[in-house]
Write a protein that binds this ligand. Structure first.
Ligand code: F6R
Length: 272
């Protein structure tokens, strides 16, 4: 796992955007995995800026979102489809037909989830999966106890997640209790994962994910089994990491390698 500790959420957004933009420039028909929530908002803002000011072209990019609340249609203000349109898709030149957000109102969820996986497969799989992390260590809506081999399916949200999400709804009764979500196994099949975390409330989950044991109690810890994960986190989210200084040293060396000061290394490779 590569761990990049940035000073603040703005720097996290800029660094994360560099990873996404590099891929989109190198591979204009790439398949991105996208997340919702507060964490990736800065990333989307930065990508929108790059589109407007630097001509970053999303016209042939395909995207798959991680999850959607069950019961909310695409126009519901709290649906993840609506979130993606408002915060990203409406401001770039992506073809909306190439964007996929799970259907929270599918009639037959079992069949629909199989179909969602098939669509990802038919596009050649996800090249870069953007991830946030819940305060309980969940990725997508894979709550503690989810199988680390799980696929796209319905998931009951924990009381902690329902509480975290309540701020977006007018009354507690409106907060959905179920979501359709990619599984941990689905996420682990992406070629690269970009995990973002900001703020003190994520510090424990980040410590457990990066330095704790691999356990279904912290589904993000399964990322330790993936060969290419980049965690971009801010100082507050990094505050409980025991090996923080080591991660900073790796990045210092990486920067020197990339600038040619330590000999040559293939672009994008990390030294340690
Ligand atoms: C959303 C998702 C969730 C969030 C997580 C953190 O698509 O997959 O796992 O990433 O709940 O949410 P925020 O960023 O709002 O703290």
């Amino acid at each position: 796992m590569r761990v990049i500790v940035e000073r603040n959420p703005e720097a996290v957004a800029r660094t994360a955007a560099q990873f996404v933009a590099r891929l989109v420039r190198r591979h204009p028909t790439c398949v991105l995995g996208l997340a919702t929530g507060g964490t990736p908002l800065g990333l989307y803002r930065e990508l929108i800026r790059m589109h407007r000011e630097e001509g970053l072209d999303f016209s042939r990019v395909v995207s798959f979102n991680l999850d959607e609340y069950v019961g909310l249609g695409p126009t519901h203000p709290q649906s993840y489809r609506h979130f993606m349109q408002q915060n990203f898709f409406d401001h770039i030149n992506i073809d909306v037909r190439n964007t996929h957000v799970p259907d929270g109102r599918a009639l037959d969820f079992e069949a629909y989830c199989v179909q969602y996986e098939k669509m990802i497969e038919e596009e050649g799989g996800i090249e870069l999966q953007v991830l946030g992390i819940g305060s309980d260590g969940h990725i997508a809506f894979n709550e503690p106890g989810s199988s680390l081999g799980s696929r796209t399916r319905l998931k009951t949200l924990t009381a902690e997640t329902v509480r975290d999400n309540a701020r977006f709804f007018a009354t507690p009764e409106e907060v959905p209790r179920l979501a359709v979500t990619m599984g941990v196994g689905t996420i682990l099949e992406s070629r690269q994962c970009l995990l973002l975390a900001c703020g003190q409330s994520k510090a424990r989950a980040i410590r457990d994910t990066i330095e704790g044991p691999v356990t279904a109690q912290v589904t993000a810890s399964a990322l330790q089994l993936h060969r290419d994960v980049v965690c971009v986190i801010d100082e507050e989210a990094a505050q409980l990491l025991a090996r923080r200084d080591y991660y900073l040293e790796v990045e210092r060396l990486q920067a020197r390698l990339e600038s040619g000061q330590l000999g040559t290394l293939p672009p994008g490779k990390q030294p340690l």
